[in-house]
Design a protein around this ligand. Structure first.
Ligand SMILES: *Cc1c(COP(=O)(O)O)cnc(C)c1O
Length: 337
């Protein structure tokens, strides 16, 4: 029987339509700005998020790192949630690449408290690092893929008092589908926004960063410095265009299936911090005292899961996980140690 891979939505493979678009893609040298397919993808994403310009980059991590290079200065602080990708899952790249440090604040429900932003800014008058940027994550992965309420993001923007905001929207379209708030309405609260094409949207490679034209012109230079110029990248950008056009609405199926998995998790482990009502997108997390034992059991039964922190297990639903796979996984959960 096929393995049910719930480790991440990054394991998705390009669809047949993407493969065709890739084969047929018109290409040129994108470092000269001459790849028509890359240019089309950048325009499509910029329009989708309501920004002047966009830049295609190899990964979401590079998009976040570019935002740090562009919107901060060495020795300044970036105010973020303490469990955000930019803090925990980029191998310390912010310190390495941009010389910033993170002022981390509570992000238990996936959002930031505007009062914590104000406090971090005020602290600069008391010998503490001066914030140059606020970074938010929507959806917030470790909070079970929680989407932000738009009003909360507006309040954070207000509290940021003119500091730029970078929106790590690796899964921004999951938020759009879950809440009905458009990606552009979210992005309007931020200076820069990035989204991954290679997660739930199933493109093989790539992310896009968008923002004001001058910031994106600088981003193009910084991308080159980081070694992210990709020449005939239209071959992969073609899949990204198909991703934006065809793969967003279906994310609702992933969300429904994640909720079903969460119900199985809470049946098996009622006190593990899993709440199906909180699972609004495609991520399910819960605590387990012996994660290795649980992962071994899952794997022996053909289900792959992952961990995101010591003692925290994760399932992520995606295009390759259908209703049958979910029901099979639920049975494996019911019998897990
Ligand atoms: C996956 C992810 C990233 C990074 O994307 P990569 O393409 O894996 O580098 C950034 N932020 C969040 C919230 C993510 O989930």
């Amino acid at each position: 029987m096929a393995v049910i891979d719930l480790r991440s939505d990054t394991v998705t493979r390009p669809t047949a339509e993407m493969r065709r678009a890739m084969a047929d893609a018109e290409v040129g040298d994108d470092v000269y700005g001459e790849d028509p397919t890359v240019n089309a993808l950048e325009a499509a994403y910029a329009e989708r998020v309501g920004k002047e310009a966009a830049l295609f980059v190899p990964s979401g991590t590079m998009a976040n790192q570019l935002a740090l290079r562009l919107l901060t200065a060495p020795g300044t602080a970036v105010v973020t949630g303490r469990r955000q990708h930019i803090v925990l899952y980029e191998n310390g790249a912010g310190g390495r690449n941009s010389g910033v440090q993170f002022t981390t604040v509570a992000d238990d429900d996936g959002t930031l408290d505007p009062a914590d932003i104000t406090a971090a800014i005020d602290a600069a008058a008391h010998h503490q690092p001066r914030p140059s940027l606020v970074c938010v994550e929507n959806t917030h992965m470790p909070a079970d893929g929680a989407p932000w309420p738009l009003d909360r993001l507006r309040a954070v923007k207000h509290a940021a008092a003119g500091l730029p905001i970078h929106l790590d929207g690796a899964r921004l379209f999951n938020a759009e589908v879950a809440t009905g708030t458009s990606a552009a309405d979210y992005a309007a609260q931020a200076t820069t926004v990035m989204s991954c094409l290679s997660k739930g949207l199933c493109a093989p490679v790539g992310s896009v960063l968008a923002g004001p034209a001058d910031v994106m012109a600088a981003a193009r230079e910084e991308r080159q410095r980081l070694g992210g110029g990709m020449r005939q990248a239209g071959v992969i950008a073609a899949a990204g265009l198909v991703a934006l056009r065809t793969m967003v609405e279906r994310l609702a199926d992933d969300h429904r299936r994640a909720r079903r998995l969460a119900e199985a998790v809470v049946d098996r482990w009622p006190d593990a911090g899993c709440d199906p009502a909180r699972v609004r997108t495609n991520v399910v997390t819960w605590r387990h005292a012996h994660t290795e034992r649980a992962l071994d059991h899952f794997a022996a039964e053909g289900v792959l899961a992952g961990t995101i922190a010591p003692g925290v297990l994760r399932f992520v639903t995606h295009h390759d996980i259908d209703d049958d796979a979910v029901e099979r996984a639920c049975k494996v959960v019911a019998a897990a140690p």
